[in-house]
Design a protein. Structure first.
Length: 263
C-alpha cells in the first residue's frame, strides 16, 4: 500500500512538473502589443523567381494546392490599425493608431512549421519604418478612405480606397467597391511572422477575426465585387509586379484583434 501510494505521488509530481514546464514555456513569451484592426487582403500569385530571390535560406515557400488560398504565393494586406496598445493598455506612439500595407509570403521555417514571411511594406507612420521586421518603407503618400452606404432596401455597399507610395518609387494602390455579405468568424490562430531581412527574428501573433471572401477564383463564391483596381509597381517591388501577377482572392477582414509577443 505504501509502495502504491509512493508511485502515485511520483506520477502526480511528474505531471505537475510537466504543467509547470508548459507554463514556463508560455510565460517565456514577452508581450509586445495588442491591436484592433480592419484589413483588406489580396491573395496574389507573383513571378516565382522574383519571390524566391526574397526568401532567406532555411525557409521554403508553402503555397496551398487547394482551397481558398490555392496558388497564392503572396498576400498584399492593407491595414487600418485602429488602436495599438502596449501590454499595460496605454496607446503606443503619439496617436496609438496607424495605416500601412505589407506583403507576406506563406512559408515553412527551418523546423517545418507553417509561418508567414514579411518581405516588404509601406507605412504611414515614419517612426514605424523600417519597423519590427526591418522591411517597411516610410510612405510619403498615404491616403485611406472607407465608406458604407445603405438605401434602406437592397444590399449594403462598402468601398475602400488606399494609396501608399515611397520616395524610392514603391507604390501599392487599391480601389474596391463591393456588396457586403455575411461574414464568418474564424477560429483563433497563432502564427509566427518572420523577417525576410533578419530571418532569425520573428513575432508571434495570436488573433481572431471576421472574414468575408468577396471573390475567389478557386472556390468561386458569388462575386460581390462591383468595382476594382489594384496597382503595384516601382523600386524594389518592380520584379514582383511585372504585369504577369494574377489576383486570386479578394478578402475583406471586417475586424481582427491581435496580441503580439516575441519569444
Amino acid at each position: 500500500m505504501i509502495r502504491a501510494t509512493s508511485a502515485a505521488a511520483i506520477r502526480l509530481l511528474l505531471a505537475l512538473a510537466g504543467i509547470a514546464g508548459l507554463s514556463s514555456a508560455v510565460d517565456a513569451q514577452t508581450p509586445v502589443e495588442q491591436s484592433a484592426e480592419a484589413r483588406f487582403q489580396l491573395d496574389v500569385h507573383v513571378p516565382d523567381a522574383a519571390l524566391a530571390a526574397m526568401i532567406p535560406a532555411g525557409f521554403t515557400l508553402n503555397v496551398a494546392t487547394q482551397g481558398a488560398a490555392k496558388d497564392a504565393n503572396l498576400r498584399v494586406v492593407f491595414i487600418d490599425r485602429v488602436t495599438i496598445n502596449a501590454p499595460d493598455g496605454k496607446p503606443i506612439g503619439k496617436t496609438g493608431s496607424n495605416r500601412l500595407v505589407y506583403m507576406i509570403a506563406p512559408v515553412k521555417d527551418s523546423t517545418g512549421t507553417n509561418a508567414q514571411l514579411v518581405i516588404g511594406g509601406l507605412t504611414e507612420d515614419p517612426t514605424d519604418a523600417p519597423g519590427p521586421f526591418g522591411v517597411y518603407l516610410a510612405a510619403t503618400t498615404h491616403t485611406m478612405q472607407r465608406a458604407t452606404s445603405s438605401s434602406g432596401t437592397g444590399p449594403i455597399l462598402d468601398s475602400q480606397d488606399w494609396v501608399f507610395a515611397a520616395p524610392t518609387g514603391e507604390r501599392l494602390e487599391l480601389h474596391i467597391k463591393y456588396e457586403r455579405g455575411i461574414a464568418n468568424r474564424a477560429a483563433p490562430t497563432e502564427t509566427k511572422f518572420y523577417s525576410a531581412k533578419n530571418p532569425a527574428f520573428y513575432q508571434i501573433s495570436k488573433d481572431e477575426r471576421v472574414l468575408d471572401i468577396l471573390k475567389n477564383v478557386t472556390t468561386t463564391p458569388p462575386d460581390r465585387v462591383k468595382e476594382f483596381s489594384f496597382k503595384a509597381s516601382g523600386g524594389s517591388y518592380a520584379k514582383l509586379f511585372d504585369g504577369t501577377q494574377k489576383l486570386l482572392s479578394w478578402d475583406n477582414i471586417l475586424w481582427i484583434n491581435r496580441a503580439v509577443s516575441v519569444p
